[in-house]
Each structure stands twice: as structure tokens, then as C-alpha cells.
Design a protein around this ligand. Structure first.
Ligand code: ZN
Length: 186
């Protein structure tokens, strides 16, 4: 449990004790839910979302605007944005961000598949929704450059986002504001 992100040894101990106390009631339900996760979760081959179906619910939803594509670093960012219910389009998950320090280059991210999606046509707008961190913004600039010669409008979340801000930790109002006030890149 202590290996789970954001938990740490102390919170992990508390969570384990909580489960031990509820080993007759909540623990079996948790185990069942985790088994379902292991059995049924798949990665969407189109956007990189994690779902029980491939293509995922978002990619398969005909009510979604297929002309608008929002690019995010992680699945958690996709979920955070989608909770705000303000983005009508579809998503593309990069699977990380460029980082010289961690040795993450463009070929380690789902940038090739993003360009391929765009080159297939039918997409007008790319919304770069990287985190407001140095690495997030470096990634956004890199992608914006790669998109320069493609016939798409490239916008970026407004920097109502606090510096260092990660989408997943943002309340829905702030996220919605950043999305509404998105602006052209460059
Ligand atoms: Zn998908």
C-alpha cells in the first residue's frame, strides 16, 4: 500500500488498519473491484484512455465533437478534465511529459500516434492541456512546433492555472475556467 502514489507509509498503515477492521464487509468488495480492474481494464488504442472497452467510451461516443482533440499528459488528466464536463471533444493521452532529467524524449510519448490521428483528417482544433509545470510547458511547446505545418488550430489552456499546477489536483471551476479561456499558441 505504501507504494501507491500519494499515500506514503503513514497513510498506508492507516488504510491497511481500516481494511483489517472491515475485513468482513469492505475488504471483499475492494478485492472484487480490484479483480475486475485486472480482468477488464484495457487501454484505448485510439486515445490511450483506460476503460473497460476499446475504443473507450469517449472515443466511441458519437455525441462527442470529433473535430476537437484535447492532448493531456496522463489518463488522470483526461479524467480530471472530463469530470469538468466542459470539453465536448475527444482526447489524446501522451503517457507522460518530456523530461531531460528522467530521459524521456518525444519517442517515449504518444506523439507519433497524435500526428497520425491529425493526418488522417477531420480534426480542426488541438487543445494542449499540459500541466503548468516546466516539463509540461516544454512538452506543449514541442508539440505546438510539430503541429505548425498542419492545418489545425492549436490552443492552450489559459494560465489561470497556478504555476506548477497539475490538472488532477485542480478543482472543477478552475479547470473549466482554464478551458473556456484557452488561447492560441505562439
Ligand atoms: Zn479512447
Amino acid at each position: 500500500m505504501a507504494r501507491l502514489p500519494g499515500l506514503g507509509p503513514r497513510s498506508a498503515r492507516r488504510a491497511v488498519l481500516w481494511l483489517v477492521k472491515r475485513r468482513e464487509s469492505d475488504l471483499p468488495r475492494l478485492l472484487e473491484a480490484l479483480a475486475t480492474v485486472q480482468e477488464r481494464l484495457v487501454e484505448c488504442e485510439t486515445c490511450g484512455n483506460v476503460d473497460t472497452m476499446n475504443p473507450c467510451h469517449i472515443c466511441a461516443d458519437p455525441r462527442r465533437d470529433e473535430r476537437s482533440l484535447c492532448v493531456v499528459e496522463e489518463v488522470s488528466d483526461l479524467w480530471a478534465l472530463d469530470r469538468s464536463k466542459l470539453f465536448p471533444g475527444r482526447y489524446h493521452v501522451l503517457g507522460g511529459r518530456l523530461s531531460a532529467l528522467d530521459g524521456v524524449g518525444p519517442e517515449d510519448l504518444a506523439i507519433g500516434s497524435l500526428l497520425a490521428r491529425i493526418d488522417k483528417g477531420g480534426i480542426d482544433e488541438i487543445v494542449l492541456a499540459m500541466n503548468a509545470t516546466l516539463e509540461g510547458q516544454t512538452t506543449a511547446h514541442y508539440i505546438a512546433e510539430r503541429l505548425e505545418e498542419r492545418p489545425v488550430r492549436v490552443t492552450q489552456l489559459a494560465h489561470g492555472l497556478p504555476v506548477g499546477g497539475e490538472l488532477d489536483y485542480m478543482d472543477e471551476g478552475t479547470l473549466a475556467q482554464a478551458l473556456r479561456a484557452r488561447r492560441p499558441v505562439g
